[in-house]
Design a protein around this ligand. Structure first.
Ligand code: SF4
Length: 282
């Protein structure tokens, strides 16, 4: 059996940086982390063993506190300052850039269309920077019912969650270009992270080439779910597992070529363990 692991499978730069820095902080003393550092239970358990205390809100922090790569709402910085909490800000530079952009355009009176999942931590952080009106949409299908509200604005900024589907963003942008009059100034900033786009493209190419795709990652990970969706579009056999323990080898009987991809929150070790399990079987 041929097993092809995507070159871009696993932790992205922003997540790797946040995890490494959090571990370094834990070596120096007690450290809190506001929210799960990544949507991956195996990683969380591993970091808890290394002494990192995960908390759900800043009120629970009693000392050095890590801000994860997704970023946090603006008020968290104010609350931390009031409570004398030292923040170790590991918001990914690409997310910081979007937060700053939204704040800047909002101050100039722009209406912001945020493409992404409304309950995703990155989006919660981004929307807190929108002073004026904003809407959050996931796909082109969400736009028609919001169109009248959107049309009330003369200046509009369209931005995206860093891990959203590139194709979905393009469809939204095209729909707006076609449906907004020329006197409305629509600024399109495709803020999807390059590493996300590269990973999605590689997933598509791999899914076209193999008989089966295995997607590894936590089911709550938005970007991993996207990889699953993409794979299903191009491959008939796709399975989505958290780690090697969920890999049912009976499903790969008669398969001669398998592709493996993993989201930005999946550690390399989890990918290797799945590959090893397949290799032993083949
Ligand atoms: S996906 Fe991109 S923007 Fe998001 S944390 Fe990773 S490197 Fe940063």
């Amino acid at each position: 059996m041929e097993i092809i692991v995507g070159k871009n499978a696993g932790f992205c730069y922003g997540v790797q940086r946040a995890v490494d820095e959090a571990i370094n902080e834990a070596k120096r003393g007690k450290v809190y982390c506001l929210g799960e550092i990544v949507h991956n239970q195996n990683v969380i358990e591993n970091l808890e063993e290394k002494g990192i205390n995960f908390i759900n809100n800043i009120e629970e922090a009693k000392g050095n506190t890590v801000i994860r790569a997704h970023g946090v709402p603006k008020e968290v910085y104010e609350k931390a300052k009031d409570r004398n909490i030292n923040l170790i800000d590991l918001t990914c530079p690409s997310v910081l850039k979007i937060q700053q952009m939204v704040e800047e355009y909002s101050k100039k009176g722009y209406f912001i269309i945020i493409v992404g999942k409304s309950n995703h931590p990155e989006i919660i952080g981004i929307k807190s920077r929108a002073i004026n009106n904003y809407v959050i949409v996931e796909s082109k299908e969400d736009i028609p019912e919001l169109l009248e509200k959107i049309k009330e604005n003369k200046n509009i900024l369209l931005i995206s969650q860093t891990t959203h589907s590139s194709k979905k963003f393009d469809k939204i942008a095209d729909f707006l270009k076609q449906n907004l009059k020329n006197d409305i100034n629509l600024e399109i900033k495709k803020t999807i992270c390059p590493s996300t786009e590269i990973r999605q493209k590689e997933t598509e190419d791999l899914a076209k080439e193999v008989e089966m795709m295995i997607i590894i990652g936590d089911k709550r990970s938005s970007n991993t779910n996207k990889l699953y969706e993409i794979s299903c579009n191009y491959c008939k056999n796709v399975i989505f597992i958290s780690d090697e323990s969920e890999l049912d080898l009976s499903k790969i009987k008669d398969i001669t070529k398998i592709g493996i991809m993993a989201g930005a929150s999946t550690p390399k070790e989890d990918i290797l363990k799945v590959k090893e399990k397949l290799e032993i079987r083949s």
